[in-house]
Design a protein around this ligand. Sequence first.
Ligand SMILES: Nc1ncnc2c1ncn2[C@@H]1O[C@H](COP(=O)(O)OP(=O)(O)OP(=O)(O)O)[C@@H](O)[C@H]1O
Length: 459
Amino acid sequence: MEKFHLFVNKHESLLRYSVVVVGVSGGPDSLALLHQFLKIRKKLQLTIIAAHLDHMFRGKQSESEMIFVQQFCERHDISCETKQIHVAAYADKFNLSTQAAARTCRYDFFKEIMVKHNAGVLALGHHGDDQVETILMRLVRGSIGSALAGIPAKRKFDTGTIIRPFLSLSKDQLLDYCHVHNLNPRFDPSNEKLDYTRNRFRKRVLPFLKEENPLVHARFQYFSETTLEDEMYLQELTKEKMNTVLKRKEKQEVEIDTELFCDLPLPLQRRGIQLILNYLYENIPSSLSSIHIEGLQTLLSREHPSGSLDYPGGLKVIKSYQLCLFTFEHKQFEPYCYTLEIPSMLNLPNGYIIKSDIEKNIHEKNGNHTFIINRSFLTGPLLIRTRKPGDKIKVKGMNGTKKVKDIFIDEKVPLHSRSLWPIVEDGNGNILWIPSLKKSIFEGGEGEDDYVVLHYKKH
Ligand SMILES: Nc1ncnc2c1ncn2[C@@H]1O[C@H](COP(=O)(O)OP(=O)(O)OP(=O)(O)O)[C@@H](O)[C@H]1O
């Protein structure tokens, strides 16, 4: 148990004088853990609470495990908290796998006990073999980022901290410990079932690895800790760089500059995408994997200016020229057509306004954010509407007409912005102006007449 003491020494400031809830299933790992905590209880002045949840999977048998834990605690003068939850019914109700339901119920129960006893620490008996299985399973499944570092030895949990002091020890070492100390743990028969993925890794892969290197669990633990450190460092770097790439960040939507993004080194690109996904998803769907990240990197780096991807949980990723939009909001782009009074101000669905005024002695203005027209030449009413198929404009300074669609393409207007883009039309059906993009030949004039002046700006 030297490894356990090394762990305790490293985290002494967290542990000393604290209330520690130990999750005890009654199996060898958690029983050994509880036993070890008993040995340091006095020295570190700990208050130890054992917490056991009966998942009620195996009727009387699982109840007997709960009673076993209660009796063990009585014998060793430890406060014991237990609860019985019909996890199968819970899984049915919330449409979860029994494994996922058991996990949710267990961690909710731990939270409840920590609050009740004002405990800052939850200690769990995961060990080195669990770590090997977890890392291999995640690699095979295609997990990404810090998930590949496996089970963390210490992490935040609600208002407290979860610690796992046994990650550097193997299952065999814990079984030996229980044997030497006569702890007589219970064995859960479901650990033997080959229909659980973890059990297949344990039974089929681990024996081979241990044959190759009996200390394989220590190698994996080293890999886990260093991977986590590397990952934290790279994530910090990514956060910094992504600030320059981000164009817009809202609750359900993020927009990035694709050119700046593609200039980032590939490891930061990958993590940048993860950062966006972590931000947008409340819970990252388990079906999201490295395949999605690779797919997006390909979409962003290829020459074709547009394309989209559907991610799990209704997230859509839309690339359009220099912008890429991540959105859950599948906006129904309702066409609109408003009459513009003069003078007035009109709020548009794309977040912009058009303001109209009458002015005298005006000079033509450069730029596409203002449009002027001699009042006596204007046939009203002025309409502000969305685009229609076949729309054409007689572009100022050019002979002939141009399709509005081609202007959107030439100006690299993102696809999702085109449907809400305003078009200004006169009473004769001529397109006068596509705000901020193109003016028509109808603009202009100079003199002392009255002029209608239109301004287009952000709301
Ligand atoms: N029913 C439970 N009640 C309280 N804590 C639990 C329970 N099940 C698991 N835990 C905690 O979570 C840890 C990891 O659980 P896991 O299911 O991976 O292992 P286990 O096979 O139950 O381990 P053990 O040998 O302790 O039984 C356990 O070591 C224990 O600390």
